[in-house]
Ligand binder design. Structure first.
Ligand code: MG
Ligand code: MG
Length: 266
C-alpha cells in the first residue's frame, strides 16, 4: 500500500537523507586513483555508525556491504572490493541509512580523475534527468510525467534507459510502493499527492539499455559493457515544488577540496 507521510515523518526522512549526503561527502573527499572501494565502504560504515544510525543496505536481502559501488559498466548493486580505482573510471556510489526508524537513500556517480568527453556527457545528462524528474514531482502531476520526462531527456541525448531497475517509495521501508520507472508515458499512472516520498534514481546507459546480472547475484552491468551512470535523490511531493530531502551540496563541497578529483557534474 502507498503510504502518505506526515510532516513529522518527512522531517525524519530528511534527517536520514542528509546523513546519507554527508556520508557520500566523506567518501567523495577520498576518491582518487589508487584507492580501493572496500576502503570507501569501511569509511562510510564507520561514519554512519558514529552518527547514531545503521547502514541501510547492509543485510538488506542479504546485501553484504554498506555501499553499493558500481564502476563503469556496472549499473547498480556492485560490491566494494580490493580493486583500485584508476584514472578515467566512473563509479556510482549508492548509500542508505536507517535512523529513528526511517530510511534515506541517495546515489552519485563520481569521476575518478579526468574522464572522456562522452562519459562526462553521460554523467551530465543523467544528472539533468534527475533534476528534470524532480521538477515534475508536484501535486496533480502523475508518475508518468516524471518517468516520461526522464526517458525523453535521456533518449534525446542518444543514451538509453535501464528498464529492469526503478525508483521507489521510501520511509519505514527502504523500498515501498510505488515503483518509479525512468521510462513511461507522460500523463499516465498514479496521481501525485503531497505526503508521498519517493527516491528518484535514473540509471542511464551510454550504449544499449540491456543489462545482465553477475553470478554474485547482485551486480547489475550493461550487456554491451559500455558505461552507465546513476544519480538518486529522495523527495517529497510538493504543492508547487518538490521538497528535495537529500542533497549533493556536501558532495560538491568535498569534491572542490579534493585536488585529485574535482570534476563537478551539473
Ligand atoms: Mg539508492
Ligand atoms: Mg533507491
Amino acid at each position: 500500500m502507498i503510504q502518505y507521510r506526515s510532516r513529522e515523518e518527512i522531517e525524519l526522512i530528511r534527517e536520514s537523507s542528509l546523513l546519507v549526503a554527508k556520508t557520500l561527502a566523506e567518501v567523495a573527499g577520498q576518491i582518487r586513483p589508487g584507492i580501493t572501494t572496500s576502503y570507501l565502504d569501511q569509511l562510510a560504515e564507520t561514519f554512519i555508525r558514529d552518527h547514531g544510525a545503521v547502514p541501510g543496505f547492509k543485510g538488506y536481502h542479504g546485501f553484504p556491504y554498506t555501499l553499493c559501488i558500481s564502476p563503469n559498466e556496472v549499473v547498480v548493486h556492485g560490491f566494494p572490493s580490493e580493486e583500485e580505482l584508476k584514472e578515467g573510471d566512473i563509479i556510482s556510489i549508492d548509500c542508505g541509512v536507517l535512523k529513528n526508524g526511517y530510511y534515506g537513500d541517495s546515489a552519485y556517480t563520481f569521476a575518478v580523475g579526468e574522464i572522456s568527453n562522452p562519459v562526462r556527457r553521460l554523467l551530465k545528462v543523467t544528472y539533468q534527468c534527475l533534476q528534470l524528474g524532480i521538477e515534475q514531482a508536484v501535486g496533480g502531476n502523475t508518475l508518468g510525467d516524471i518517468s516520461g520526462t526522464i526517458q525523453e531527456h535521456a533518449e534525446k541525448a542518444g543514451f538509453s534507459v535501464v528498464r529492469e531497475l526503478v525508483g521507489h517509495g521510501l520511509g519505514k521501508q527502504l523500498h515501498e510502493p510505488p515503483e518509479v520507472p525512468n521510462f513511461g508515458k507522460k500523463g499516465k499512472g498514479l496521481k501525485l499527492k503531497e505526503g508521498l516520498v519517493i527516491a528518484l534514481e535514473p540509471m542511464i546507459n551510454l550504449g544499449q539499455r540491456f543489462v545482465v546480472q553477475e553470478k554474485d547475484g547482485w551486480t547489475i552491468r550493461t550487456a554491451d559493457r559500455k558505461p552507465s551512470a546513476h544519480f538518486e535523490h529522495d523527495i517529497a511531493i510538493g504543492k508547487e515544488k518538490a521538497d528535495v530531502l537529500s542533497t549533493f551540496d556536501y558532495i560538491e563541497e568535498a569534491l572542490m577540496k579534493n585536488e585529485n578529483n574535482s570534476v563537478i557534474i551539473r
